[in-house]
Ligand binder design. Structure first.
Ligand code: NDP
Length: 280
């Protein structure tokens, strides 16, 4: 354990579960004062308890249960963080979700209300929260790390069309915001995870047990995950910490680091052995 974030204040959105929870715990262990947030107060409390269990003083953690898709929720998050900790050095825009069409429709006919809901949390909330945090991040010459997805492309994603579109737009936001904000000394980068075991499936309404089935399939098919193991939240948390650590990553501006066990490098045509095809 290092103290590389000692004296720093971080907000990690979506830290009531999954990747955000692992990131908040890691930041706190490495010395940061952390604001944790999500809508589910009980899960948020679980994150807080895990931080305290790691021996972090209680006054290093602020838990704010709020809905990030509302302006009031975002104002509360920023204002209460500044009130308690006095500044903001690191903003991790991690909260995100995918939603299913009520009728199970996928592809271009998927109801546009799904598009609205996805864009609201995965894109619009990042845009407005960044606007609200900008003043403080400029004062601190701070860092923003966004959490995107390999779903952003360039491969097509017809099943999760709107989710993929939201992350592709987020990648462009990361690049453009990075060039705009670096003139004020603020760095913006992002991480693009592949499949990671989190609460994401459950939040989409996947019945219990389904996610395990999905994980097993992914891990045993090298055309899905070449390294043979599905991602864990801490794998992504370490990359977020790297991108938030100016000593290690100061010259990286507006980039997205892919962490997917090799998934995005394989094409369907490579899933089959050419020699076997020719022999048959
Ligand atoms: P989880 O479902 O485990 O975590 C999502 C977090 O976002 C929760 O803490 C949830 O909190 C929060 N959240 C969702 N909607 C809102 C809202 N309206 N207001 C406030 N908080 C909200 O999923 P992951 O950890 O997997 O997701 C984290 C990020 O990683 C997302 O951006 C996702 O797109 C991305 N990602 C995930 C991958 C995966 O395979 N798991 C792959 C690629 C990218 P609460 O429910 O308490 O509101």
């Amino acid at each position: 354990m290092t103290n590389r974030f000692s004296g720093k204040v971080a907000i990690v959105t979506g830290s009531s579960n999954g990747i955000g929870r692992a990131t908040a715990i890691l930041f706190a262990q490495e010395g940061a004062k952390v604001t944790i947030t999500g809508r589910n107060a009980q899960r948020l409390e679980e994150t807080k308890q895990e931080i305290l269990k790691a021996g972090i003083p209680e006054d290093h953690v602020l838990a704010i249960a709020t809905d990030l898709t509302t302006e009031e929720g975002q104002d509360k998050l920023i204002n209460e963080t500044i009130q308690k900790f006095g500044k903001l050095d690191i903003l991790v825009n991690n909260a995100g979700a995918a939603f299913n069409d009520d009728k199970g429709v996928v592809g271009v006919d998927q109801n546009v209300s799904v598009y609205d809901k996805i864009m609201q949390i995965n894109l619009r909330s990042v845009v407005t929260l960044t606007q609200k945090a900008k003043k403080y991040l400029v004062e601190a010459k701070g860092e923003i790390v966004n959490v995107s997805s390999i779903g952003a492309g360039p491969q097509a994603q017809p099943t999760f069309l709107y989710y993929a579109m939201s992350k592709a737009a987020l990648d462009q936001y990361t690049r453009s915001a990075a060039i705009d904000l670096i003139q004020h000394g603020v760095r913006v980068n992002s991480v693009s995870p592949g499949a990671v075991v989190t609460g994401f499936g459950e939040a989409m309404g996947m019945p219990s047990g389904m996610h395990e089935k999905y994980e097993k399939f992914m891990e045993t098919h090298k055309e899905c995950i070449p390294c043979g193991s599905i991602g864990k939240p801490i794998d992504i948390a370490h990359i977020i910490a790297f991108l938030a650590d100016r000593k290690l990553s100061s010259y990286i501006i507006g980039q997205s680091i892919v962490a997917d066990g090799g998934s995005s490098l394989v094409m369907g045509m490579q899933a089959h052995n050419m020699m076997d095809i020719l022999k048959s």
